[in-house]
Design a protein around this ligand. Structure first.
Ligand code: SAM
Length: 313
């Protein structure tokens, strides 16, 4: 790894199981050290892989995360980047990012001007969609160390931190009052917002996610959340996907980023209703596959295992 690389000890070459979405390589760094989260790096590299190895049309074009991560030159040889073996995970990661991008564009077109990204990682919406971002104030929430690292990388690469991008360091597990931190960063709780959380709930306790949903439900009317969640393995009907999730879980466990929370769609919808959302919807991986991958001739299709809650106040 270069000095800018992730805080994991190696690009998963020592963790052959960790080839699935969001799992991490062994990682001994303290969580608040100024280094990227290796799970965030992995999904950023998958987004870049999609552009580099899959045929057009690309579901999402994002190579900026790759620039931020600045991995070694042989990063595409990482086992978790295997173009064929991990194609379903790669597709799933670009599908969820595209879903969020479309949602934010729709909300911005309707006049919503605040966008909150919980567990933002190497999200590059602000840098890759400058026209939409110009109509928004974007609040990126993440753990203090990884976020400090990202801030410096954005500055080093010349993107800088524009006024419309507010980096808000919060540990969502241990500091329950992220809305107060948002407010201190300029968030206006009297105006609606769109809130995204992708690839995060599996790392948080169910209590922390329930509290987060209650806090989002308490935002101004017209606010929307899109939150991904991992399905319990027994709900996966595809053998390969079930094996992939098991391998991913083992890899994550061997790292310092275990998957601790899985949800059935019914459980997640019930949590959202209980939190106070009026309008609650479930988007399955199959729906995402149909929406973004129909008609492809290369067979690329997302693996199942991660679904999305979309709910409005
Ligand atoms: C797999 S990455 C997903 C990043 C981004 N949302 C995406 O889809 O590309 C998980 C992210 O959640 C963040 N995260 C994990 N636990 C967290 C916590 N307790 N508080 C805040 N962020 C957390 C990590 O730092 C990381 O950026």
């Amino acid at each position: 790894m270069t000095g800018a690389g992730p805080r994991s000890s190696a690009p998963d070459s020592t963790a052959p199981d960790s080839t699935a979405p969001d799992s991490a390589a062994p990682d001994s760094a303290a969580p608040d050290s100024a280094a990227p989260d290796s799970t965030a790096v992995r999904v950023a590299l998958w987004r870049a892989m999609h552009v580099q190895v899959d045929s057009p049309p690309h579901v999402l074009a994002d190579e900026i995360g790759l620039k931020l991560a600045a991995p070694d030159g042989d990063w595409r040889a990482r086992p978790d980047m295997d173009p064929r073996a991990t194609s379903g995970f790669r597709a799933s990661i670009v599908a969820r990012a595209r879903l969020i991008q479309d949602l934010v564009a729709e909300e911005a077109a309707q006049g919503v001007d605040q966008y909150v990204v919980l567990g933002a990682g190497l999200d590059t919406f602000v840098q890759r969609e400058p026209e939409i971002a110009a109509r928004l104030t974007v609040y990126e929430v993440d753990q203090p160390g990884p976020q400090a690292w990202k801030r410096q990388r954005l500055i080093d690469l010349g993107y800088g931190i524009p006024d419309g991008l507010r980096l808000v360091p919060v540990d969502l597990e241990t500091d329950g009052d992220w809305p107060a931190h948002l407010a201190a960063a300029g968030f206006d709780a009297t105006r609606p917002a769109v809130v995204a959380s992708t690839g995060v709930t599996m790392y948080l306790s169910k209590e922390a996610t329930a509290a987060t949903l209650r806090q989002i439900a308490g935002l101004a009317p017209g606010s929307t959340v899109a939150m991904t969640f991992l399905l319990p393995p027994e709900l996966l009907t595809d053998d390969a996907d079930r094996a992939g999730l098991a391998a991913s879980r083992k890899g994550a466990q061997a790292s310092n980023t275990p998957f601790i929370s899985f949800y059935t769609p019914g459980e997640m919808l019930a949590m959202a209703r209980k939190a106070g959302f009026q309008d609650v919807n479930h988007i399955s991986g199959t729906v995402l596959a149909e929406r973004y991958f129909t008609g492809r001739t290369d067979g690329l299709r997302p693996s199942s295992g991660e679904d999305v809650l979309v709910a409005s106040t």
